[in-house]
Design a protein around this ligand. Sequence first.
Ligand code: PMP
Length: 516
Amino acid sequence: MYKVGSCLSARSAGLTGQACCLPFLAKFHVGNGAAWQKSALKYCPADVPEMPLCNFKPEEYKGLSKEQMLEIRRQNCNPMTMKITYYKKPVFIHQGHMQWVWDVDGKRYLDLFAGVATVSMGHCHPKVTAAAEKQLKKLWHTTNIYVYPSIHEYCEKLASRLPDPLKVVYLTNSGSEANDLAMLMARLHTGNFDIITFSGSYHGGSSQTMGLTSNSPYKYPIPTGSGCTNVMCPDVFRGPWGGSKCRDSPVQTIRECSCAHGHCMANEQYIKQLKETFATSLPSQIAAFFAEPIQGMGGAVQYPKNYLKEAYKLVRERGGVCIADEVQTGFGRTGAHFWGFQGHGVLPDIVTMAKGIGNGFPMGAVVTTAEIAASFVKALHFNTFGGNAMACAVASSVLDTIKEDGMQQNTLEVGTYLIGELAKLRDKYEIIGDVRGKGLQIGVEMVKDKASRDPLPPQAMNEMFEDIKDMGVLIGKGGVYGQTFRIQPPMCITKKDVDFFVAVFDKAVHSYMERN
Ligand code: PMP
C-alpha cells in the first residue's frame, strides 16, 4: 500500500499524517536499521499546517536589493561572512517582531534560533523597546568613571538574581570579553595558570578565549590562549559512555543502561578521564575550570547528572576556581532554573554571561565573589562601553520582562512539550539519533543510523536545513561535525508554534529519506 512516493494516494484515501504510518511503525524497533528505514518511508507526514497567525504588519521594505547586499558582502565585509551565510539561498531579514522575522520580500519565518540564542524575549519586544527608547532620549553613553543611575540599578538587580556570595558585577560588551576577563581573574586570584575546558566547547573567538574553545573551525594556526587544556566532554550520547538514565532532560538517550538507581557508570568513567587529564597534562595546581551547564555550540550536549558536582570538587582540590559560562543557558533559557548551573546543584566561583542578557543589545557580564574581586585590583580594569547607559537600561528591562511575562515558566512548559514531540520523531526516524536539552536549549542530533551513531554528513544536514527554512522556520546547527540541529528560540514561543515546527521538521526529514 503506502510505498515511497505514494503520499498522494494515501492522502486522497483520507489517510494523512500519523494515521497512515502507525500500523507499520508498530512492528519495528530502534536498532532494526534497514527495516525501520523502509517502514518510516511508508509513513507519510501530513501537509505542513498553516503557520500560526500573527497580527503584526511589517513595514514595506525599500532598502538595498538582495544583489547589492551580496555584492557588498563579497567586497566590503569580512570574507568569512560569505562562508558562514547559512543557506544556499540566503535569508535577507528585514524586520522582526517577537518570534517572527520577515524577509525583504515580506515572507514570514518562525525564528527558532533567535540570532544564536540571543533574542530571548522576542524581536523588538514592546517592553524592552520602550525601555530602550526612554533611555535613548535621556542619556546614551557616559562611562563608568562617572556615577549614573542605570548602571547601578542594573548591577543591583542582576546581583539579586544570583545566589550568595556571587555579588560583584563587571559589565562587558560580549561573551568573549566576559570569558577573557574571567580567565584573567581566575589566574590572578589563584596565582595559577592552567585552565581546563571540555572538548567540543565554544567560549569565544578572542586570542585568549580561542584557547578555551575546542572546535577546529574556530582555531587559527597561531599560538593562542596558552595554558588551556581540554578534557573529554562527558557527552552521554556521542561519547564512549552513556545510558538511559544519565542526564537531566525530559528525554534520555536511546543507549541501554543497567546502572542501579543512584549509580551512574558513565559518570564514573568521565570523571576518571578528568583525573587522567589532571595526572598527565596539568601541573598539581590549576587556575580554573570553564564549563557551560549545557554545551551550546556543541549542540545542547548534556553531561551525567553529578559530573559537574564531582568535577568542581576535584578542581577546587587543585586550587582552581569553577567558572560557569552562562552565555547561552542563563536568564531562564533552561526553564527549570534561572541559571543553568542551578540544574547541576553546583555553585560556581565566577559566572559569565552575554547573548540573552540584552535581548540582542551587545552586552556581557562577569559576576563573582567579593573575595575574587579583591584579587583583581592590582591594575586598572576599564572598558569604554561596559555598563553603557543604553545597555544597562535594556538589560534591566530584560530582567523585568522575564518576570512580568512569565518567560521562564513558558520556556519550561513549551520547551518540555517541544522536546517530547521531537522525541516522538526520533522514535520514528532512523536518522534522528538523539533529542535532548532542557527548556528551550534543545539539540536534535542526526546520525547515519542509530546503531553506529555516526554523524549524518554535512550535505544531508544542509538539505534538510534548507528545506526547513523554505517551509518557513529558522533553526541553527552545531556539533563538532555539524551534525546537530539547534533549537534556541525566543522564550515567548507557543505550543502552536511548536506544532507547526514539528510538522515542518517531520516533513523535511521524511522528504530527505524519500530522496535518499
Ligand atoms: N560562550 C558561549 C557559550 C557562546 O556560545 C559564545 C558565543 N557563541 C561565547 C561565549 C562568545 O560570545 P560572543 O560571541 O558574544 O563573544
